[in-house]
Every structure is written in C-alpha cells, then in structure tokens.
Design a protein around this ligand. Structure first.
Ligand SMILES: NC(=O)c1ccc[n+]([C@@H]2O[C@H](COP(=O)([O-])OP(=O)(O)OC[C@H]3O[C@@H](n4cnc5c(N)ncnc54)[C@H](OP(=O)(O)O)[C@@H]3O)[C@@H](O)[C@H]2O)c1
Length: 322
C-alpha cells in the first residue's frame, strides 16, 4: 500500500476549455523517465499568460484538443531520479527547467519527467519561485533582443507593457546595451520600470502613446493591445515592430508583408534552450532582479490563476508545492 502511494502524485488538470472553473486537482501516476530524462520533484511553477490562452482554447491550433491537459510550462525543483544516459546531474540537485512541449504539456504537478537538456542548475542566490520564472519569460526577452538586430545608445525602443514577467527581463537585459528605452506601464509600476533601466516612462492610464510626437526604431508590444497597425503611426520609416502575441495566421503573413514595407513586423517566440538560458544565468549572477508579485500555495491554485489573469501585478506570479 505504501509503495502504491509513492507512485501517485497530485496534479492540476482540466478536461474542457474554459475559465478557471475548469481547473481541478487529480491524482495521477508519477511519470516514468526515459534514459535521457530526469525526474524533478517540483517545488514551484510559474504562471504565464500562455497558460490561460491555451486553457481558454485560444491556441487550439497549436495545443490540440486532447484532454486532460496540465498547465504551467516552467518549473523549479529537486532531481529525484536520473536516466541512464544523463551525466551532468545527480539526485538532489536543485534545478529549474521547462516542459518538452509547452503547448501540450504542463508542470502543474508534484513531479515532471523532462529531458536533461531542458533543465539547468538553480543559482543559489534565487528562490525556487524566482528560478521557475526564468525559462518562458526570460528566454522570450533574450529572443526579442536577438530579433532587434544591432542596438546601441542611439536606438530608441518602446516597450509597451513593460513591468510584467516578460518586460521585467527585457528592460534589465536591454540596459546592458545602453539603448534609449521608453517603458509604458500603469501608475503603480513606474518606479519598477525606472529601477529596471527605462530612460523614460509613460503612464498609459494618463497618456496615449499614439498621440505623442516621438517615433521609435523598435516597438515591442507586450500588452497585446497596441497592434502593428496602430504602432506604425509611431514607427520611424525604417523600423521594427516585435509581436510576441501573434495569431497563428500572422506568423507566415508577417514574412510576406515584410517584402513590401520598411516597417517590419517580426514575430517573437521564446526558445528556452541552453544558449538563451546561459545569458539569463549570467545576468542572474550579476544581480538581475526577479520580482515575484505573489507566491500562492498549491491548494490556492484557482486564486493564483484568477490573480494572474486579472493583471495589474508586477513581475511574475508563481505557485509553490510543498
Ligand atoms: N511569444 C512568446 O514566446 C511569449 C513568451 C512569453 C510571453 N509572451 C506574451 O507576451 C505578453 C507579455 O507577457 P508577460 O508575461 O509579461 O505578461 P504580463 O505579466 O501579463 O504583462 C503584461 C503587461 O502589459 C501591461 N498592460 C496592460 N494593459 C496595458 C495597456 N493598455 N497599455 C500598455 N501596457 C499595458 C501590464 O501593465 P500593468 O500591470 O501596469 O497594467 C503588464 O505589465 C503576453 O501576451 C504573453 O502571452 C509571449
């Protein structure tokens, strides 16, 4: 009986698309590992907007409609078992990582089995909740910077929606390039945007950025509310609009559209591999700030998702499992 109990774990799952009401806990069998995988006992996982977009059926083309589904893509925890071909980790290592298929799998359970290539040692100076916040939002920020091309102190960059998970990493990484960054936030987040390196901050509750007389070399829309069509009004003749919230149809269309305009529309998709994560780990070692707005206990998972979906938080929201 005791042995059987050890094979069972609790998980957050859903069996229909919908709002937070569809989320429920379930008992599931602990995953088995392949030779190249590690079994991680999860201590924390982070909430990303992608979680509720998938849960609401807005990304069906990529997520598919197979149920039950887990939620939560990035996690941190302790290695409990290692596959026969894994040599770079040992049982007991504190790690953070991301599930293999972020559209179809989730880390919302007590254990997850993932390839060792998607797990990294947790820096000692950050908590499990902070480490779990890195893979999706952090690597999206690194990818966005790579798509910006050459940037220097003369490059003007508008970050619209600058103090959520993605913006927190982006502002701090951009600071290293000395770019001229304008952050758009609500009133309560102004001090954070400044602290994270913005040269100018615009409060969107008081000013309409489309009515300014400034034009930018690069605009990234993290709020998903500006859109390329509007952004073009405040883009320089040769400039870039970065879109991390594309509709699936926009992905091939953006390539086509760019042949006919010098105001380029470029899609950003995070890629949580080792090269991007190494950049983030270096930044963490150099004091990158990972702000966690709130850590919820596992039992309050519905409240956690409601809190995150309502918005208005700074940095990330995470769930802890004891
Ligand atoms: N493509 C990818 O691989 C990828 C990866 C990660 C994230 N994303 C996407 O990128 C977006 C941002 O992610 P996130 O994790 O940073 O989300 P988030 O934490 O929810 O942040 C969204 C930000 O938008 C701001 N905002 C809300 N209304 C606004 C408005 N009218 N004007 C300007 N800013 C406004 C919010 O500020 P206040 O709280 O101050 O209102 C908040 O700072 C999401 O849509 C997410 O799905 C994409």
């Amino acid at each position: 009986m005791k042995q059987l109990k050890n094979l069972i774990m609790k998980a957050i799952v859903y069996s229909n698309f919908g709002n937070t009401d569809v989320l429920q806990t379930a008992e599931q069998t602990k995953p088995l590992i392949e030779p190249n995988e590690v079994l991680v006992k999860i201590k924390a996982f982070s909430i990303n907007p992608m979680d509720w977009k998938i849960r609401k059926g807005e990304m069906k083309l990529m997520s598919g409609s197979k149920f039950p589904k887990h939620t939560g893509a990035d996690f941190a925890g302790i290695i409990e078992a290692i596959g026969s071909s894994v040599s770079n980790f040992k049982i007991g290592d504190e790690v953070f990582g991301v599930v293999k298929n972020i559209m179809k799998e989730g880390a919302s359970s007590e254990y997850t089995a993932v390839p060792s290539s998607l797990v990294w040692k947790k820096p000692k100076n950050i908590s499990f909740a902070q480490a779990a916040s890195i893979p999706i939002a952090g690597t999206a920020a690194v990818t966005a910077i790579a798509k910006m091309g050459k940037i220097n102190s003369k490059t003007s960059i508008l970050v619209n929606g600058a103090t959520g998970g993605f913006g927190m990493f982006l502002l701090q990484l951009l600071k290293q390039y000395g770019a001229n960054v304008t952050a758009v936030t609500s009133t309560k987040s102004i001090e954070y945007a400044k602290k994270w390196g913005a040269n100018t901050v615009i409060d969107y509750t008081k000013e309409n950025i489309l009515l300014q007389r400034t034009a930018y070399d690069i605009i990234i829309d993290l709020s998903g509310r500006l859109g390329y069509k509007n952004a073009k009004k405040i883009m320089k003749p040769k400039s870039i609009f970065l879109n991390p919230t594309p509709q699936p149809i926009e992905i091939p269309f953006s390539i086509l559209k760019n042949f006919f305009t010098s105001k380029k529309h470029i899609v950003v998709l995070s890629s949580p591999g080792t090269s991007h994560t190494t950049i983030l780990l270096d930044a963490v070692n150099n004091g990158l700030d990972i702000e966690i707005s709130k850590v919820f206990p596992f039992a309050q998972y519905k409240e956690a998702y409601q809190y995150a979906e309502k918005g208005g938080y700074i940095g990330k929201t995470t769930i802890e499992i004891n």
